[in-house]
Design a protein around this ligand. Sequence first.
Ligand code: ZN
Length: 462
Amino acid sequence: MRLSRACLAVWIWSAACGAAPGQGQDHSVVGSDVYRRIRAGIDAVRAIDTHDHLWPFDRLPGLMETDRGRGMTLFGLWERSYYPQVGPLTTRKPGEPFDAWWARARHDFDNARATGFYRYQLPAFRDLYGVDFDTLTDDQARALDAKVFDNYRDDRWVRHVVTERANIDLMLNDPYWGRLDFRTHYPFEVLVFNVTPLLDGFHPSEFKEPSDDPYRFARDRGLPTATLDDYLAVLDRLFREAKSRGAVCLKSTRAYSRTLRFEDVPKGQAARIYGRPRGELTPQEVQDFQDFIMWRLVGLSAAHGLPFQIHTGHGKLQGSNPLLLVDLIEANPKTKFILFHGGYPWVGETGAIVLRHGRHVWVDSVWLPTISPTMARRALHEWLEVMPSDRILWGADCNHAEGIYGATVTTRAVLAEVLAEKVLRGELAEAHAARIGRQILRENALALFPQLRDRLGPDRGR
Ligand SMILES: [Zn+2]
């Protein structure tokens, strides 16, 4: 009797895994020797993480006053994670002893146990602290909190977790706390030029934070800002300085506050808006100015060789579908566009955009495995079918060591599972799967941001 390919795949799965019936399809893949081999290869890859928000050590989000002094706590790790989007978190008051907080907070997680935004931090507690957060006892919780506090007495903890435990070689960091300062704080950090505030440059009153203010930047350098042409010259100067300070790409998070549809607004229209405060403008005029500047930034991206990371999906939902970017993408073939978060939940649409415009568009799975490992598996399965394997990137998208570790482990697991499943189905050779794993975790970033090669140690470039 001849087995069909589908039957053969099922036979291989059951033979390879030895899992009891009813344990579910994922067990048959992750229990297989193929998965174990691919996962071991993927875990060994010195990853290039294309996106995080790792603050300077003394300003890390989550630091608080406790009965032991100022430091990081278990509460801080959860408060400044993605978990509060899916569950309540009882506030630990400044100076409050751990036991008093935990007595009120221990049931906070009860309705979130299956969510991605809860589960992605669990590998950090398991691997870095040796505890299972799902079954945490009160004694374990107290000891965990104390250990977190002790670890964060020194920035060596962050460096150790990122470079040795998460096995990250270089990390592109989006400094949204000081976008135009162009400063880095960690040896593994690579600067990203976050251009989000520049879209609102029609008037100086838009900028409350000095480190986000292009007018302060211009003043400090004696540059005029009287006309729109002056402002455009300031933008060009910002690009040159960002690049000279080591920035390798641009980043926009504007999808949190407005639509991703950017019209090609004539310069004369933008010039009539420039110099007027928001109170004198209609909402349409504000949007027109932002649209005009976005097209300028896309042009400067190409001119300065800085690929453009654009947040798509899961922002202002009714305007964050990546399809809204297609006209902008199509009209700017010299710009390298990177569609962040796989456009979640529009992962199929994102794949279609890369299929259609793949010569200058990449998809970054950053954050997607944290939001939903199931959606991430689906996305990677589809993307690998519709685009070349050198188009896909990844990032952790977190702001402390435990989050970065958890997101990285989750991403490696999801990727290994997808690749193993394709091998077990007979849709991919195992050697090719291993190569794709290295591409997504490392080599695609080195190809897209060639300056990174200067930052690698000896013997690390291949
Ligand atoms: Zn981010």
